[in-house]
Design a protein around this ligand. Sequence first.
Ligand code: 2P0
Length: 327
Amino acid sequence: MTTATARAYPNIALVKYWGKQDEDLILPVAGSLSLTLDAFPTTTTVALDAATGTGTNTGIDTFSLNGAVASTDATGRVTRFLDRVRELAGSETRATVTSTNEAPTGAGLASSASGFAALATAAAAAYGLDLDRRDLSRLARRGSGSASRSLVDGLAVWHAGDDAHSYAEAVAGPDMRMVIVTVDTAQKAVSSRAAMRRTALTSPFFPAWISSTEESLAAMLEACAADDFTRVGRITESHALRMHAVIQSCDPPIRYLAPTSVAVFDAVAALREQGLEAYSTADAGPNVAVIVRPEQAEDLRDALAGFGSVRLVGAGDGARLIDAGAS
Ligand code: 2P0
């Protein structure tokens, strides 16, 4: 008889998650590290069926996104996630899930991360589960791996390991801002999930990707602990290019970076030569996220404005419950 609403923000990884050791439990082949953003939130309400006013349990979950009934695929993914929550809660009650996502369509801003972080937080409350942040991160992971990191404020490390130990937690690190350059809003041709699987199955470089990610993460954690922005930035950029290299090496190949994306990487490298210290990364799409020291953030935004729409963002909060109660 309960309704709960939660809000979560997307995150951008500086050390990337690319590949699973367990597809069912969504356990990654290596750890990763990200920055939760302060923009583009997803807000999700989970209302248990008896609370919707119909008084009947209809036997299905319903899911609407930005005011429209979601696709069968998207609803199926929400139902599979809620099944996990129901299993933990010992409940069979179906739910009405209503979600709004403020990220511009197709901007590649990891809406599955904010989406499942918000859903995990709202659903756990609606079904009466008393989970701490660590267990909420583990739960969100079951919806989408990167969602585990959106439970955490600011910089988050998501640990590889078994189910009990694969969660995200906060790390201290340098204060930074990020300029997101949206060069193309078209839907990506191959989903991250499918592309990760293809990379693991077909790239001859995949074992090296795993070991180099472990090394990058260890170096990144040291750089964060030392509050060393330069080192954080160097690792971020080289690691992102390694991810795109391993993705391009699969069969059939996948290329997410567009010519304009590469031009942004080059422009950022040229800006560094001129004293504007910034470093690029890109996810499974053509858009580029560039980290920068706070005092140079506006200069960077202005310098990159010619490549597409630009948005300056900072570190944001992990998923939070914003409303809960019986209705
Ligand atoms: C990351 N990405 O670390 C990497 C970099 C995209 C590129 O996490 O299959 O949507 O749901 O666990 O979390 C995208 O992967 O994949 C992602 P699933 P997810 O941010």
